[in-house]
Design a protein around this ligand. Sequence first.
Ligand code: G3H
Ligand code: 13P
Ligand code: ZN
Length: 306
Amino acid sequence: MLVTNKDLMSPAMQKAYAVGAFNISNLESLMAVVEAAAEERSPVIVAVTPSSIKYAGLAYIGKMVKAAAESASVLMSLHLDHGKDVETVTKCMEVGFTSVMIDGSHLKFEENVALTKRVVDLARPKGVSVEAELGKLAGVEESTVEEKEAVLTDPDAAEEFVERTGVDALAVAIGTSHGAYKFKGEPKLDFERLKLIREKVSVLLVLHGASSVPSWIIEKAVKYGAELGGAKGIPEEHIQKAISLGITKINIDTDLRLAFTAATREFLVKSPKVFDPRKILGSAKEAMKEVVKGKMRLFGSSGKAL
Ligand code: G3H
Ligand code: 13P
Ligand code: ZN
């Protein structure tokens, strides 16, 4: 059944675990996420970005995820990830998304407040939960204190933002970033900042850019021809620490893309006579599924199906 992110994250907040939000863009990635959730008995958030909607079409995405939810044995939500405008949010709600993110993090504070509030006002009567973002997901390891303050989430601003917008969930910037190249040197997150934010706001907190970029996946992809030198993600201990400090939703996209790439490259090299897409993509699906299951165990959501 489809429920909202809030329905999935509120129990997580009480019991100190996090629900994974996994980005999907095709049938195989959706199957990987839903099968992993069923096998782990875990709640799960199926996340879709505007560029995935552009790729697959909103009608396909909406119907495909709803079909999966009808037969799923665990609760899941269908979430718009990084929605940038009211039009996209409205269209997603029309086809049955149960949760939306309005990402005004690139805007000035007042503009972000106004856009987010507008989306909250549209979503609330429909029972759709809303996530917003304050601060920017930029790599900050070599930045000065002033530069960090300009991009990372300010706890006082977070308090004011939440109060004025009424959002259900807030994505915070504490040093993570999207993609496979998150740090040049040692991975470092601003946990002190996360603690302060947690003290100031009572909404659900979200960590974007949380892929770990596992070295074993990188090594496999490289062995079969990928060029991924210097890729580095968030260590798993950092993820656990973030959960212990109140993060209840963790976004993963890159690790699934890497698993897909490594498995497909390996399969094509090892099985040169196979030309059945179901076999090629089937191996990629299994690889993504294993990654999702591992995340569910790491986040503590395994066995927490409602
Ligand atoms: O923020 C989410 C993604 O990792 C970027 O996704 O390439 O589908 O826009 P996208
Ligand atoms: P990664 O690129 O670290 O997987 O982050 C994904 C994300 O935040 C999607 O919103
Ligand atoms: Zn993100």
